[in-house]
Ligand binder design. Sequence first.
Ligand code: NAP
Length: 245
Amino acid sequence: MAIYGLIGYPLSHSFSKKYFENKFQSESLRDNQYKLFEIEKVDSLKDIIKQNPNLKGLNITIPHKESVIPYLDKLNDTAKKVGAVNVIRVEDKYLTGYNSDYFGFEKSLFQWFPEVKISKAVILGTGGAAKAVMAVLKDNNIEFTLVSRTESTHAISYQRLNTSNIIAESNLIINTTPLGMAPKPEGHPAIDYNQLSDTHYVYDLIYNPAETTFLKKAYQHGAKIKNGYEMLELQAEKSWEIWTS
Ligand code: NAP
């Protein structure tokens, strides 16, 4: 029997559990189990490893994607580059960290976004998901502006964004903030939506609801829109490949 699981806090609703249980069912892997480990402090990972000798792999979600790094024996190159881990492979208590959000975002982006010669992007939010998005854009030579509620040397404020022409001059806008996620679907990033037009590709990492207020507003201004569902499926499938390869 092999055990897989998810660590995070809180874990009220889990896409991963349903996804892997369906997979175990459809691929006749009925001895496999996918467990939810709701841990407030990442230090509890040590106990999970001790108490589950058949544990082969973990997914990591909010708020542990960065704080888990010191508990790992090794990071693969992508996880190092991103600076966040959302998959752990467990081999005899030896823990290797990976980032499948990078893979999921990159693949889903380029299945949809035409590789236009001069691409400029705007990334809203500076959390763990934004780190994977930034690494993908850098690796594909797409220039980007990072936007945060707190201005810094790396990021501009929403006010500065809205009083510039940056949105109008960019062709890809990506929401990596949780604004608009269920159960608060009315939330949306405070950008100047009037700068959007049919030249824009607007991507929201949120997958629930399928059409966020952010995407609805962008669509009303003529933009092409995409939600995070495909990224979610691609990153889950990549986790499986990492655990079983
Ligand atoms: P996070 O670290 O909690 O938040 C991301 C960033 O959003 C924060 O660092 C913050 O940036 C900004 N933010 C947070 N609350 C805000 C608010 N009230 N108003 C404006 N900005 C706010 O979350 P995350 O792990 O990066 O995930 C972000 C979203 O991506 C979540 O909805 C998650 O479900 C989704 N996600 C989807 C996938 C997928 O496969 N589709 C994968 C990963 C994540 P500043 O402080 O700089 O403003």
